[in-house]
Write a protein that binds this ligand. Sequence first.
Ligand SMILES: NC(=O)c1ccc[n+]([C@@H]2O[C@H](COP(=O)([O-])OP(=O)(O)OC[C@H]3O[C@@H](n4cnc5c(N)ncnc54)[C@H](O)[C@@H]3O)[C@@H](O)[C@H]2O)c1
Length: 346
Amino acid sequence: MPAAATIRVGVNGYGVIGKRVATAVTRQDDMALVGVSEVVTDWRARMAVRNGFRLFGATSDAASAMRGAGLWVSGTLDDLLGQIDLVVDCTPKQIAARNVGLYRRQGLKFILQGGESHEATGHSFVAEANYASALGREATRVVSCNTTSVVRTLTALKRAGLLRRARGTLLRRATDPWESHATGIMNTLVPEPEIPSHQGPDAQTVDPELDVVTMAVKVPETLAHLHYWAVQMTRKAGEDEVREAFRRSSRIALIRIGDGLVALNAVKELMADRGRPHNNLYEVALWGDMLRVRDDEVFYAYMVDNQAIVIPETIDAIRALTGIVKDANESIARTNAALGLEAALI
Ligand SMILES: NC(=O)c1ccc[n+]([C@@H]2O[C@H](COP(=O)([O-])OP(=O)(O)OC[C@H]3O[C@@H](n4cnc5c(N)ncnc54)[C@H](O)[C@@H]3O)[C@@H](O)[C@H]2O)c1
């Protein structure tokens, strides 16, 4: 890849998603991470420097505080924005939307994450579903972890001509592991007050044709989400045919209870054994041997690593917005190879 074709990327917000995006960018041969921007001065910012990333203060006050804490600071967010082609905003929900004006004034392309609304960019992204419609755009939103999984799996069924309508129940992790001293729930289950929960309508921002209803409940664990789905197909189909439809997506991995992968913790341990950064499970891990068909209905369950699933999508969104790769399959294949996604997890 000639140097002229290298996309210069900045990451604003080096938290759960930002640090994973930053690492993933460094693994691509057509992009370079120019730096990361933060407001904190503690171990999180220190790790960015230790990882060899240039650190910028999101404000001049933040930059001063970082210097005061002994951190090597390369400037402010404004300085970072002046050196890049595209910014991935990974700041907390609703902060990112406030940065949109700043990015526009700098003439930058930008990516927001799933905590923001569809309206904040006017485009919502899942690589296998709508890469082409993001080509050359100013901005997109990589949809949330749950929504990404919904669109990936339903797109696989749709492409096989099997999807009529889908109804899913989502068991949502209570908080992220590193924050579990501060927030989360214990010894209870908390239903989302609205049916449908927001993930179904959110999936329709990517593909308005999806007939999908979701219900959700927060559960007292931090590992990952677990989804149960009942899908009415367009016709009767065998279990092997449905499994084959899922297998055709490179971002759905069929796992087996029969291999001992009987729970979320076992799958996370497998990712640790695979040596993936942060034990990331980028794929939707769908239990192939649990899947059942009755007439024209299929029933299945899968695991969503909320901290990791949106990382490959974000890398593809960078290529789509900049137009450096025009073909979705080419970008997906490059991202998969760089991050180590494989058809089989074991
Ligand atoms: N955590 C998940 O599982 C998950 C999954 C998918 C999508 N998302 C979405 O990704 C986005 C980021 O979520 P997260 O979980 O990584 O949050 P996070 O709180 O882990 O990280 C956000 C980081 O941004 C920093 N920050 C705060 N204000 C800032 C500012 N003004 N400028 C620069 N940095 C600032 C914080 O210090 C923190 O390190 C949200 O839209 C969220 O909805 C999160």
